[in-house]
Write a protein that binds this ligand. Sequence first.
Ligand code: BG6
Length: 457
Amino acid sequence: MQSSELTKRKKLPLAPVGVIIFGATGDLATKKLFPSLARLFADGHLRDFFIVGLSRQNLNNETFRNYVASAVGPKYADSNFLSKIEFVQGDFSSPESFQNLGERIAKIDDVRGVCSDKVYYLAVPPILYGELLENLATSGLTVTCGGLSRIAIEKPFGSNYLQAQVLDKKLSVYFKENEIYRIDHYLAKETIQNILTFRFSNSIFPPLFTSEHIERIEAVFSEKNVVGSRAGFYESVGALLDVGQNHILQMVAAVTMENPGEILPASIRTLRAEAISRFTFEGKDGDLTVGQYDGYRDEHGVASISTTETFFKMKFKIIGGILDGVPVTATSGKGLAESRASVSVFFKKGDCTHQNILTFWIQPNEGIAINFYSKAPGFTKKLASKMLDFSYSEEKDVRLPDAYERVLFDLLRGDETLFGSTDEVMASWRFITPVLEMAKKLPLMRYNQGTLVEELF
Ligand code: BG6
């Protein structure tokens, strides 16, 4: 794989496109989608487009544009960008709202004199997907004037294995597989993309990525933040579904998947799905710990007797493939001492006395580091531990796009590489189902906010 292949994908043309955001005043749209769209516009990546936001709030085009302006901040609140945004007040359960939406979209296309591609972005809680999809289809919105239509769905995809199958079936009635974009924004993180480039474009690494050389893998996803304004949503998912079933698995899949040879969406997605299906949770004593931070039950929208986990530590193994038998530990929690997302590969010591560890960093800064040992200077035989590392944040004049910019950039152009396939999503449900079953039977440990992840349980 050549690193230039990643950039090659950017050349896909962008046809005239309309982005329709359901849940346009929600947390995701406000904090991520609009700021990312505004930055793509500022960087010249969005030209022939319009955006329609749908939400229950009592807004009109003008007040909604003001809302978006404050969401994107003064630097990006460009009047040309804002003028492309319209608002439709509506309820996801009301066919009439979808009719209004359809009429508005048709009118915008008429005025612009084009039949745009349509991207429907479901920035709403998963519980609303079913009804919303039905209304979307029965209103005829998915049958466009001739342009393509795509649907973007956020993780967690369904709330258990069976529901994920039902959702997948429902989606396949209205959309073809190549029109369905299952989002896990961690796939769009520079470092996750870079793991493959790093592993397969540097000849010294592929021979080392086997169970003969790797002792274990550790993924850490710790956050200082508590759940805050997302408490209502979080209460229904918990840490295992919020990040365990998706971001963490994708981090580990990137370091364990086989060489795709070239970056073709189909081969990458197949190999990612195969990597995830090799993750095996045995459910032995000590393979899972779950906890909840003190104060979680006082968050707005959380039950006073909530048993939702805000922390977990799980141990599993890779069975099959080049890393057969390699153990993995994945730890994640909210309300912890530091924000860190990383995946580390611990190499076997072999005949050496010290261990080399290769770490891919996603938070707080994206980058890669490897420790090694050299002779301490002077009249000594002692070893000194040193780091070879780089961080994107140290690269001047490079603006690292937010993962959601990449998600939207690819979604609007129809590049599926960084989106989950049915097989991937189902493989992650097959993995997490016994973990969730075990979690239900375990005592929920309590921890103080600000605890160091290493100190937990
Ligand atoms: C989201 C989770 O998918 O990812 C959040 O729902 C989490 O709970 C977030 O905070 C972390 O993303 P990032 O991009 O800030 O590392």
